[in-house]
Design a protein around this ligand. Structure first.
Ligand code: AMP
Ligand code: MG
Length: 334
């Protein structure tokens, strides 16, 4: 069973020692909990893939404690990267650039590029500094499942598979980082996330957001991901057109602003319609519904601006399809 460490200097020292010895430590960042290993040690990173059940074609993000450390992992730092780091680091923005040879192939899934970010969380930064090495860390969940935004959620999924977790409580942003490839010209968003596209456009007016063509540009952007164990359907407006139906009273509803009638359980992302608050609560509320023994979860779409883009990206990958509603039932759209 994983050691549960406090986020005090003693806990961080212990966690750093485990990382230096090639072990696995889950730690809080401002986005979600990461499952960390020494990024410069291939065998240590291999244990991350094994613990998560993550396929080896899915590259991992490397976490650093300052921009100077990133410069040691990338071949060169173009002026745009410099500007983005000054403006958005520490924070939920991951930058992809050609890698240096020190970065093991397992970290990048054989790609010639490496994704790097500096997290805006005091515990993550203290841990990276104390370990003295960059930390490769995907989200601390089993592959394809819900990302953990609390150390309890990490223990539930990976308690038996990792060495330790730093118990930092809830994570403030709640949704993964925005991943931007600076290899392409113009640059491209590989995954929407905690840094809004609108903010990036001030620095990259021609930033592209359509998914890249071809299988290897960003291997981790799988159509099915972030899945709860309960089937999830995206609510679609309009009258049901027949087909398979479930009683509303056996289903849960993940609402954006307003509670809905007739469901067994309703969770509201943000009563005041704030997409930042909605992102922060998203995975925790989805986990709550997933644990409630429901027949299905219906999720209401949120506006696709700001962090709403990242929430909708996660909801689409989490869903098994769409559903329409009448007074008493949930109709699956096939
Ligand atoms: P995670 O570690 O689960 O937050 O996911 C990291 C995601 O970032 C991957 O699944 C990829 O989609 C993307 N990524 C990481 N490294 C690279 C890279 N070198 N090139 C392109 N995309 C990357
Ligand atoms: Mg993940």
């Amino acid at each position: 069973m994983a050691e549960v460490l406090g986020v005090d200097p003693a806990g961080i020292e212990r966690a750093a020692a485990i990382l230096r010895a090639g072990g696995l430590v889950a730690f809080p960042t401002e986005t979600v909990y990461g499952l960390g290993a020494n990024a410069l040690w291939a065998e240590a990173v291999a244990k991350v893939f094994a613990a998560k059940g993550r396929p080896s074609f899915d590259p991992v993000i490397v976490h650093v404690a300052d921009p100077g450390e990133a410069a040691k992992l990338w071949r060169e730092v173009p002026p745009l990267a410099q500007k983005l780091m000054e403006r958005f680091w520490p924070g939920p923005l991951t930058l992809v650039l050609p890698k240096q040879d020190v970065v093991p192939d397992i970290v990048t899934a054989g790609l010639p590029t490496v994704a790097v970010r500096m997290p805006a969380h005091p515990v993550a930064l203290a841990l990276i500094r104390e370990a003295g090495v960059p930390i490769a860390a995907p989200s601390a969940n089993r592959f394809g499942r819900l990302s953990p935004t609390h150390h309890e959620a990490v223990l539930e999924q990976l308690g038996e598979a990792i060495d330790a977790v730093l118990a930092g409580g809830a994570t403030p942003v709640g949704i993964e980082s925005t991943v931007v490839s600076l290899v392409e010209n113009p640059p491209r968003v590989l995954r929407p996330g905690g840094t809004p596209i609108e903010a990036l456009r001030e620095y990259i007016p021609d930033l592209r957001v359509e998914p890249p063509q071809g299988p290897s540009a960003s291997p981790g952007t799988l159509p099915r991901h972030y899945r709860p164990s309960t089937p999830l359907f995206l609510w679609e407006r309009g009258a049901p057109a027949g087909g398979e139906a479930l009683e509303r009273s056996r289903c849960g509803f993940l609402a954006f602003q307003q509670a809905w009638e007739g469901f067994a359980q309703v969770e509201v992302l943000s009563a005041r319609g704030d997409l930042v608050e909605a992102a922060a609560r998203f995975f925790a509320l989805l986990r709550k519904l997933d644990r409630a023994g429901l027949a299905a979860i219906v999720a209401e779409p949120v506006p696709e601006r700001g962090l709403g883009l990242a929430i909708m990206d996660r909801l689409r990958r989490a869903s098994s399809g769409r559903a329409r509603l009448d007074e008493t039932r949930v109709w699956i759209v096939r």
